[in-house]
Design a protein around this ligand. Structure first.
Ligand code: NAD
Ligand code: UDP
Length: 317
């Protein structure tokens, strides 16, 4: 296939480029570098089956030649308000990437009669009242809170994707992505894995927001990419949770990172982010992914963190 990936210079987008090229596809990567990095794609310069187009997907998208699949991943993705790359500090760009960017990406899929995959998020469940989260749960989202620029844009993106499927017959898919980590995460984006790994490698205490009782379920990037590829090759149109169902508190996670890195500086507790809508519990129910895609994560948290440490060491010099 000839595949357009928006957000190609980001963490997940760049791994997807690598995987789809390795599988023998041709890839067109598109990005405006708002939170991504040229370094993530530097190794693909000159690749005979890779084309990069610098473009803001909130504007009309033109792709030369035929397109067989569109994977829409362009969007700021970090909730941390202390990072300049957090979506709270890029509110209009985030809403435009989720709304106009999804519309334009779906337009490309329609023009070429291509299949389409939307990178949605567990954030569409908000601060969930149902646990673990199944795809049938409608969510608990504050429509005007600071996180709403991301959550509501993604909810709109899902609705638009289903509208294109139902009304125009476009062959769409929706991946609801839960917390993912691995090499090529932006160091400054403020998400918990880059924050904790950098702090631990620098020999600083880890900043836990609140008491650290809030939970997350962390998926290693290779597992996530395998899930995307299986979903892309499936003909399943309803949303599918893709994530690791092993749940851990943020405090336990901080302790595990300190142990794996050998950091003796411990933990500092910072003000909690509940008022900003920091979800207190998050764990995917992945029964649907198991059944429809035959997929489940293979990499343990300890193994995934071990595989991620060298990237952060190199970046920190
Ligand atoms: P990232 O910030 O590393 O990558 C996003 C990429 O999109 C960046 O390269 C950025 O420059 C690009 N981009 C943003 N707006 C754009 C625009 N208007 N035009 C062109 N390019 C634009 O983030 P990521 O973690 O790789 O996330 C990728 C996608 O997956 C996002 O849609 C995000 O919502 C979704 N997601 C990620 C996670 C996760 O844990 N990583 C979880 C849930 C959902
Ligand atoms: N968190 C933390 N310290 C940090 C960064 C994040 O305790 O330095 C917490 C944050 O409050 C949240 C969890 O870790 O409960 C995951 O945050 P992240 O920013 O990775 O993304 P989210 O899962 O909220 O989308």
């Amino acid at each position: 296939m000839r595949i357009l990936i928006t957000g190609a210079a980001g963490f997940l987008g760049s791994h997807l480029c690598d995987r789809l090229l390795a599988d023998g596809h041709a890839v067109i990567g598109m990005d405006n570098f708002i939170t991504g990095s040229e370094a993530n794609l530097a190794h693909l310069a000159g690749h005979p089956h890779f084309l990069f187009i610098r473009h803001d997907v909130s504007n009309f998208i033109f792709v030369p030649g035929k397109v067989d699949a569109v994977l829409h991943f362009a969007s700021p993705a970090s909730p941390n308000p202390s990072s300049p790359f957090g979506y709270v500090n890029l509110p209009i760009q985030t809403m435009k990437a989720g709304a106009l960017g999804t519309h334009n990406s779906l337009g490309v899929a329609r023009k070429h009669n291509a299949r389409f995959l939307l990178a949605s998020t567990s954030e569409i469940y908000g601060d969930p009242l149902e646990h673990p989260q199944k795809e049938t749960y409608y969510g608990h989202v504050d429509p005007i809170g600071t996180r709403s620029v991301y959550d509501e844009a993604k909810r709109f993106a899902e609705a638009l994707t289903m509208a294109y499927h139902r009304f125009h017959g476009i062959d769409t898919r929706i991946a609801r992505i839960f917390n993912t980590y691995g090499p090529r995460m932006l160091l400054e984006d403020g998400r918990v894995v880059p924050n904790f790994l950098q702090q631990a490698l620098r020999g600083e205490p880890l900043t836990v927001f609140g008491d650290g009782a809030q939970t997350r379920s962390f998926c290693y990037v290779d597992d996530m990419i395998e899930g995307f590829v299986r979903l892309l090759l499936s003909d399943y149109h309803s949303p599918v949770n893709i994530g690791n169902p092993v749940e851990i508190s943020v405090l336990e996670f901080a302790e595990a990172i300190n142990r794996l890195v050998g950091n003796t500086k411990g933990i500092v507790f910072m003000p909690d982010r509940r008022g900003e809508g920091d979800p207190q519990r998050r764990r995917p129910d992945i029964s649907r992914a198991r059944e429809v895609l035959g997929w489940e994560p293979q990499v343990s948290l300890e193994e995934g963190i071990r595989r991620t440490i060298p990237y952060f060491k190199e970046k920190l010099g």
